[in-house]
Design a protein around this ligand. Structure first.
Ligand code: PNS
Length: 160
């Protein structure tokens, strides 16, 4: 069984993340979207809210993949991989600026546990997109429709 994890903060999930998860679901038998808990990082949505938003976004997606689950993890992503029999981490790369840090993490994760990281090029439509920018634009009343799943859009509007 080929399993992959798409780890992240997902505060909140964007259409860029969703595109990577759906594309990964076509390459692996099982994909786990793991919401990593970082106690040092203030978030807009709770872990449970972020997980629910991901689940709803997946169920509303035209592909609605049935081999994707959503989970949460503390600590190292490689420990999560070990505990679930996951061999690969899938990450989206938006630009060269993402590459340095992602490469370092990929090499560290491989050296820690032999876990492979596969980089998928972000859909150019979403190359400029990040959860932080989405939150900032939404906070000041900007239009983020088309950049986030509809369920996320609704939540951002309710909180603005
Ligand atoms: O969405 P983000 O915040 O860019 O995701 C970063 C994340 C959560 C994928 C990364 O920080 C991570 O893997 N954190 C888990 C802790 C860990 O394993 N750290 C060592 C990485 S080499």
């Amino acid at each position: 069984m080929r399993r992959a994890v798409c780890p992240g903060s997902f505060d909140p999930i964007t259409n860029g993340h969703l595109d990577i998860v759906v594309r990964a679901s076509r390459l692996f038998d099982e994909v786990v979207v793991a919401v990593l808990i970082n106690k040092n990082k203030a978030t807009l949505f709770t872990v449970e809210e972020r997980m629910d938003l991901i689940r709803e976004a997946l169920s509303e997606h035209p592909s609605a993949p049935n081999n994707v689950t959503v989970d949460t993890a503390h600590g190292l992503v490689v420990d999560f991989c070990r505990s679930r029999g996951i061999q690969s981490i899938v990450k989206g790369l938006r630009a060269v600026s993402d590459f340095d840090y992602e490469l370092q993490m990929a090499q560290m994760n491989n050296s820690l546990a032999g876990v492979e990281t596969l980089f998928m090029s972000t859909n150019p439509q979403y190359a400029f997109l990040s959860s932080s920018l989405v939150k900032e634009v939404a906070r000041y009343g900007g239009d983020v429709s088309g950049l986030v799943p509809d369920v996320v859009l609704k939540q951002l509007r309710d909180r603005a």
